[in-house]
Design a protein around this ligand. Structure first.
Ligand SMILES: [Zn+2]
Length: 325
């Protein structure tokens, strides 16, 4: 009987805790000898709902569920619908972190993780606009102005697109096509951001005859990465990571070969932030708030690189250090 009524549960988008207002995207149901785990509102819901072990010790048989979370309206109606005695439990790990998903599926953040993902990039939108404007007003010639525009668009674009994507993914996840397009844009903008971060260095510093080709090669790499995301988004995650790494590191070799090495240490520090962040980028479901931590590392890396660009390429006191355009 329970198996027959199971789709009724799945129609419920999510359960919301009446005391905290937190959506519970994972609940445990106990119905007679059947215990199944439902991920309500989770797009990563497995085709076959796994069976839980028989009567785990923490399942309560009476009273409010653990963590002081009372049964919600939808949970109560679910109980009425089945007429079976089952209790709903919220797991501590499912508040701050959901279960890890297979490589071909997308991790579903918890409510807190969604909020953190939005906040950790939204916070930097205004500073990045102000910072980019600052570079624009410090520009002395056309190349500096163009570089300030490119870098500014890359910097602001990264935080804006990321914030919009994470907000839609959190609040409007039922708009699947919009969310999918924004997810692709979120990945594409990273390539544009990498190329834009190198642009001021490549455009405003003296480079050797071979190294100067990196001025356009970096944009070719970013375009290839963007096309790759368009066709194979989320399909081969290791290849995706490899594309980001090549686009991120290859121009660094050229930068390291510059006659003028001012700002190299800041560039390396920023690169270390990005590399450390990658560990968290790949740790969804292993470390709580892993994606938000990745966002913070991106912000620290971008901040360090901005400082280097501002100080060594645009600040009037270092005007003499500018070698050629
Ligand atoms: Zn993100």
């Amino acid at each position: 009987m329970f198996a027959h009524r199971l789709p009724d549960f799945q129609k419920t988008k999510y359960a919301r805790c009446t005391s905290t207002g937190i959506k519970l995207n994972a609940v445990k149901l106990k119905a007679g000898r059947y215990q199944r785990q439902l991920r309500l509102g989770n797009p990563a819901l497995p085709a076959e709902i796994p069976k839980l072990p028989e009567r785990p010790a923490e399942v309560q048989t009476s009273g409010a569920p653990s963590l002081g979370v009372p049964a919600t309206h939808s949970q109560m109606s679910s109980r009425r619908a089945t007429g079976l005695d089952h209790r709903v439990l919220a797991q501590p790990t499912e508040v701050f972190m959901n279960h890890r998903v297979p490589a071909h599926k997308r991790y579903q953040p918890t409510e807190y993780e969604h909020a953190a993902n939005c906040a950790t990039h939204a916070l930097w939108i205004i500073p990045s606009i102000l910072g980019s404007s600052n570079l624009y007003f410090l520009s002395d010639d056309d190349w500096e102005t163009i570089s300030a525009w490119i870098y500014g668009l890359g910097l602001c674009g990264l935080f804006v697109v990321s914030t919009v994507f994470h907000t839609i993914s959190w609040k409007k996840s039922h708009l699947r096509t919009v969310e999918h397009c924004l997810h692709m844009s979120d990945r594409m903008v990273i390539y544009f951001f990498i190329a834009a971060s190198y642009a001021p260095w490549l455009n405003l510093r003296e480079l050797g005859p071979w190294a100067s080709h990196m001025r356009w090669l970096v944009w070719i790499m970013a375009s290839v990465g963007t096309v790759y995301v368009f066709f194979f988004h989320e399909r081969y995650k290791l290849v995706e990571l490899l594309c980001y790494t090549v686009t991120g590191f290859l121009p660094a070799l050229v930068i390291l070969s510059m006659p003028n090495t001012e700002g190299i240490w800041e560039l390396l520090t920023g690169g270390v932030f990005y590399c450390l962040g990658m560990v968290f980028f790949k740790s969804d479901g292993r470390i709580p708030f892993a994606h938000a931590i990745w966002h913070l590392f991106v912000a620290f890396g971008a901040g360090t690189h901005y400082y280097a660009i501002w100080r060594y390429l645009y600040l009037p006191s270092t005007l003499q250090a500018k070698v050629s355009k």
